[in-house]
Design a protein around this ligand. Structure first.
Ligand code: TXA
Ligand code: MG
Length: 319
């Protein structure tokens, strides 16, 4: 069978050069950030941005996050306010995305922002060399097919997008494991649009109370069903059936045969780094062994647990 061959690039000088050149030419390249792997394209190239949606099989033009090597580059495309500057100084590079008013002079393609007046910008850790080499904002949603589990390794990206993108820059497994926290700073009070790698507690310590989004202004791409394995997923399980695989947090429920341990010690940072890999592994196990589904144990609803539970609820939502 013929078709596009997706190259695996090493995360060394030659690999970075190739990845940057491909992105500058309008090709799509997936790369690891500290959160998950992103499916990158030149944000100033409308054609490249359109192909991101095609490669993901995204039904709608949801707005994408633009990635930058540093805050100065990010704030060239959006108007920063005091809160934004404080958050940037404290958390960038890191798993935080800010939604801010887009500058009219910004070269970011309108399609990348889905035509909104605002733009989501982020300075991720671990990929600044690539972003600096590209020299343009890079639009990057998570590098999975629409609705699927987010990828946290290069192999995950190949499982999702092989033959649909030019290359994957393999920088190993992602350290944080859940997507960035998204804060909307356009209005009078900052609003938490998506829980993620930076906790609400950390943000509020820096800029004071965050408001919850009204339903209408929730991040437009945040569908109820998302991150979905093929297998049915049952949450907050207090017992596990013989025909279920168990997603464990701390000592596994008695009677479980197939267990993926998120964190034996009950550590939320470790659990976040493992949650998407765990869903992926158990999904494959359910399929190959012929089990009925996945049962997930209870995780505490504080700190990084908020982001993990958010992803698990979406993975379990009816489709
Ligand atoms: O950690 C991450 O943020 C990863 C890595 C690759 O950077 N990216 C990521 O992108 O999670 P994606 O496309 O899967 O999620 C982007 C979210 C969507 O829910 C989208 O609706 C929201 O960001 N978003 C983007 N621009 C926005 C805007 N102007 N206003 C409100 N929400 C926005
Ligand atoms: Mg995503």
């Amino acid at each position: 069978m013929g078709g596009l061959i997706t190259r695996r690039l090493r995360n060394d000088a030659a690999g970075l050069r190739d990845a940057a050149a491909l992105l500058q030419s309008g090709a799509l390249v997936a790369f690891g950030t500290e959160t998950v792997y992103g499916l990158g394209g030149d944000a100033t190239n409308a054609d490249a941005v359109a192909r991101i949606f095609t490669a993901k099989g995204r039904p709608h033009f949801n707005p994408l996050i633009c990635h930058y090597p540093n805050a100065d580059a990010a704030f060239a495309d959006v108007v920063a306010n005091d809160g934004a500057r404080r958050l940037a100084a404290r958390f960038w590079p890191g798993p935080l995305t800010m939604v801010l008013p887009r500058r009219p002079a910004s070269a970011v393609a309108l399609l990348a922002g889905a035509g909104l007046d605002s733009l989501a910008v982020r300075v991720p850790a671990g990929v600044q060399d690539l972003l600096a080499a590209v020299g343009r904002p890079v639009a990057a949603p998570s590098a999975n097919r629409s609705g699927h589990i987010s990828p946290t390794s290069a192999d995950d990206v190949f499982a999702e997008l092989d033959g649909r993108i030019a290359a994957v820059l393999d920088s190993g497994p992602c350290a944080v494991g859940v997507e960035s926290t998204i804060v909307d700073l356009c209005g009078p009070t900052p609003t938490l649009l998506r829980p993620g790698g930076i906790t609400r507690e950390d943000l509020e310590a820096e800029i004071g109370p965050l408001s919850e989004p009204g339903d209408a202004i929730r991040a437009p791409g945040m569908l109820a069903s998302h991150y979905a394995p093929n297998a049915p997923l049952r949450l907050n399980a207090s017992a596990v059936r013989r025909d279920e695989a168990l997603l464990a947090f701390g000592p596994p429920l008695p009677g479980a045969t197939f267990v993926y341990q998120l964190s034996a010690a009950g550590d939320l940072t470790e659990a976040a780094a493992n949650v998407f890999a765990g869903l992926r592994a158990l999904d494959e196990l359910v399929r190959s062994v012929g089990l009925a589904g996945i049962a997930a144990m209870v995780l505490p609803e504080h700190g990084l647990g908020v982001a993990i539970n958010d992803r698990l609820r979406r993975a379990a939502a009816p489709r």
